[in-house]
Design a protein around this ligand. Sequence first.
Ligand code: EPU
Length: 340
Amino acid sequence: MHIQANYPLEKHNTFKINVNAQYYVEIFRQSDITVLRSDLTLASLPWRIIGGGSNMLFTGDIKGVVVHCGYKQIKIVKEDADNVWVSVGAGNDWHELVEWSVNHGYWGLENLALIPGDVGAAPVQNIGAYGSEARDAITRVQTLNLFNGERREFRNADCNFGYRTSIFKQEYTDRLVVHRVTFRLHKLHAGIPNIMYEPLKQALAEVPKADITPKMVFDEIVKIRRKRLPDPKNFGNAGSFFKNPVVNSEYFQEILENYPDIPHHKTLDGHFKIPAAWLIEAANWKGQRNGRAGVSNRHALVIENLGGATGQDIIELAQMIQDAVDHKFGIHLEPEVIFI
Ligand code: EPU
């Protein structure tokens, strides 16, 4: 464990915002927290947790201690005829875990290929894409208490998983750090592909369903994402900036009268989810810029750092987009990205 003062965080956030942490420390085990807490200077400061930095926006230098969990062990902890349970350290790269799983022929994570970030962020944000969410595969989440190092284990049902949210993003934010996540994955013969997402279904239409493997789904997802989403290696971004809004049925009917082509998806409780990307594009913000921040011209839900943007530049642009969508559709877009 190595404590670094005045530490640049540019490489720790995919937006590539250049801010400093007063202190930065990577922890690996329970005792690291108790050791750090015994330092009176560190203990008196606020502590913040970061994962791979793919879903956060730094709005200025961070006073206090920024903690990242670097624990990387991957271990199969249980197995039966049809499943394996894999316990994975929070510090592993998410995409590498997905790759590992499909290379072993396991079902469960293949639709979540190429999502940037650490394994530890998967339960916090309940990451999701192409008809699948992390909560579908997570059985347990082991955390460490940032104040006293105490271990706590959450079963899936205790995690309050929702659309891009969980208990770790709500009441336990900056109090519990995810240390390990256990996933139940299905063995090759015991799983089926989740290809309800239309472009995925089309891409695999020629292959008999029984012949589809996790690796084939993974390869298609990688192709789809590379084609549709801008790469943070070119311009810093954090994937979807806003959540897709949900409106009630009456309000949806009103919108539909004016915009009969609006894409939508009926939720289980009878509401309607509308793609924020469509709303932003319809409000004429796709490809527009405000100073050093811009809306991607490939996908309207992605805000990019066009070079040297500050967190404030991004927030200003996000507010302009929110105002435009609110003005045109009466819908408030809520950020998915966490502001720090
Ligand atoms: N669309 C536009 N303009 C655009 C892009 C999309 O009008 O520039 C419309 C199209 O009608 C399209 C619809 O929006 O059919 C939905 O677009 P897409 O399939 O790309 O999905 P999304 O709803 O924009 C969500 C997730 C993504 C995830 C994709 C695929 C959220 C906030 N985002 O995006 O997750 O990869 O579905 O399942 O739910 C992320 O969370 O960072 C993320 C990238």
